[in-house]
Design a protein around this ligand. Structure first.
Ligand SMILES: *Cc1c(COP(=O)(O)O)cnc(C)c1O
Length: 243
C-alpha cells in the first residue's frame, strides 16, 4: 500500500511522461486532487504532498473541510454539479468553478460575485459524449453560454471541462479529449467577449494520460491519489493505494 505522498509522486511522473510524449511542458498540467469522501486529514496530506489544487464535488463537504482548514492555503476548485440555491456558498470562496452548464447558473454566479465585489473564474462543462445521465451543455448549445458571458462581468470564463464516460478499454476516451481540444481552438478563434480558453479540465484516474496527451491543463484525480473510495463511511482507509 502506498501513501498519498507516494501516489502523488507516481501520478506526477506519469503526467510528465504523457506530456513528454505530446511535446508539452509538464508544468502546463495542474494536478487537482478530487477529494470527495476523504476527510480533512487526508486532504491536508495531499496538499502537503504538493497537489496544485483541491477539488470538491459537494458544497456540504467543501464547507466542512474548509471549516477544518483542510486546504491549508491550497487553491480550491468546485468540480461537482452546482445547484443554483448553493451558489452563494461557493462564489468568492473557491478559486475556480469547473461545472457551469447553463445561462441561469452563469447569471446566479455573476449576481453573487457582484454582491461580494469579486470576479469568479469559471469553466463551462461540456457533455462531450452526449450522455443523457450527465450534466454539462451540449457542444451545439455551448455558443449560447459563450455569447452570454459578455453580459456577466461578475464571472470570467477561463475554459472548458468535461467528464467523459468511464473507460472500459484504454484509449476509448481519446476522441472525446481531442474533441474538447478542437472545441477550445474553435472558440478561441471566435474571440467571444469575457471568454478565454486557457484551461481544459479533463482526465480522471482511469484516463488522465490520454487527456494530457490531448491538451488537458487540469486533471482531476481521486482514486489515483487517495485510493478507492469507501462509500460506506466518511473517512477512507489511512493509506491510499493505486488500484
Ligand atoms: C470523483 C471525480 C473525479 C475523480 O475521479 P477518479 O476516477 O477517482 O479519479 C474527477 N472529476 C469529478 C467531477 C469527480 O466527481
Amino acid at each position: 500500500m502506498n501513501t498519498i505522498a507516494e501516489n502523488v509522486q507516481a501520478v506526477r511522473a506519469r503526467i510528465a511522461q504523457a506530456a513528454a510524449r505530446a511535446g508539452r511542458d509538464p508544468a502546463g498540467v495542474r494536478l487537482v486532487a478530487a477529494s470527495k469522501m476523504n476527510g480533512p486529514d487526508r486532504v491536508r496530506e495531499a496538499v502537503l504532498a504538493g497537489v496544485d489544487a483541491c477539488g470538491e464535488n459537494r458544497v456540504q463537504e467543501f464547507l466542512e473541510k474548509n471549516g477544518a482548514n483542510a486546504y491549508a492555503g491550497s487553491p480550491v476548485h468546485f468540480i461537482g454539479h452546482l445547484q443554483k440555491n448553493k451558489v452563494r456558498f461557493v462564489v468568492g470562496a473557491v478559486d475556480l468553478i469547473h461545472s457551469v452548464d447553463s445561462v441561469e447558473l452563469m447569471e446566479r454566479i455573476h449576481r453573487q460575485a457582484q454582491a461580494l465585489g469579486v470576479v469568479q473564474d469559471v469553466l463551462l462543462e461540456v457533455n462531450i459524449a452526449g450522455e443523457a445521465s450527465k450534466s454539462g451543455v451540449s457542444p451545439q448549445d455551448l455558443p449560447v453560454l459563450l455569447e452570454a458571458a459578455a453580459s456577466f462581468p461578475g464571472l470570467r470564463v477561463k475554459g472548458l471541462m468535461a467528464i467523459p464516460p468511464m473507460e472500459e478499454k484504454t484509449g476509448e476516451n481519446r476522441r472525446y479529449f481531442a474533441g474538447m481540444r478542437q472545441l477550445s481552438v474553435d472558440i478561441r478563434q471566435k474571440k467571444y467577449d469575457n471568454v478565454s480558453m486557457t484551461e481544459l479540465s479533463m482526465g480522471m484516474s482511469g484516463d488522465f494520460e490520454e487527456a494530457v496527451e490531448e491538451g488537458a491543463t487540469l486533471v482531476r484525480l481521486g482514486t489515483a491519489i487517495f485510493g478507492p473510495r469507501n462509500y460506506g463511511k466518511q473517512e477512507g482507509p489511512r493509506d491510499g493505494f493505486v488500484g
